[in-house]
Design a protein around this ligand. Structure first.
Ligand code: SF4
Length: 161
């Protein structure tokens, strides 16, 4: 099984490791997200992704009157761990960085106001993820405001000329 095809995130690898360690009795989904210190929504998303990749089996069970899933591993090793030794042996050619001349003025005050700089989801945010800059309302609203402010500024400048 190739890890490149599986494309496991660090959290998915951790989750799979915990499920493998739980043995044939498996791990309840509610225990998985508690152990990973994530919320139930993220926990079920990770379990679903692992099940889709056929690394775990997800079985609906009722525990103390509540429905949850029992997760059991379908593999005995985290696939990416199998390959990490191979990866160490891969040699990369060094590339000499091209020098790039950037002529961009960055206003640090503006950068500090970008919602991503103080967002608690920043480390999980990325294209195609649950937190995605392309669909983020916070970022969208901030950009809209920034564009309007720029438009007002250039309109002011135009009236002065
Ligand atoms: S795009 Fe949205 S969710 Fe992502 S880091 Fe920025 S504010 Fe947070």
């Amino acid at each position: 099984m190739s890890s490149e095809k599986l494309n496991l995130t660090e959290l998915e690898k951790k989750a799979l490791k915990l499920i493998i360690e739980a043995g044939k009795d498996g791990l309840l989904q509610q225990d998985l997200w508690k152990k990973l210190n994530i919320d139930s929504r993220d926990g079920s998303r990770i379990a679903l992704r692992l099940a889709k990749k056929k690394l775990i089996h997800r079985e609906l069970v009722t525990v103390k009157g509540r429905k949850t899933y029992r997760l059991t591993a379908l593999v005995d090793k985290v696939p990416e761990e199998e390959e990490s030794e191979e990866k160490k042996e891969v040699k990369y050619e060094k590339r000499i960085p091209r020098s790039i001349k950037l002529d961009v003025k960055v206003r640090m005050g503006l950068v500090a106001k970008i919602p991503c700089t103080s967002c608690p989801h920043a480390n999980r945010c990325g294209p195609g993820n649950f937190f995605d800059p392309a669909t983020c309302t916070k970022l969208g609203q901030w950009l809209e405001k920034a564009v309007k402010a720029l438009e007002r500024k250039s309109a002011k400048r135009a009236t002065r000329v």
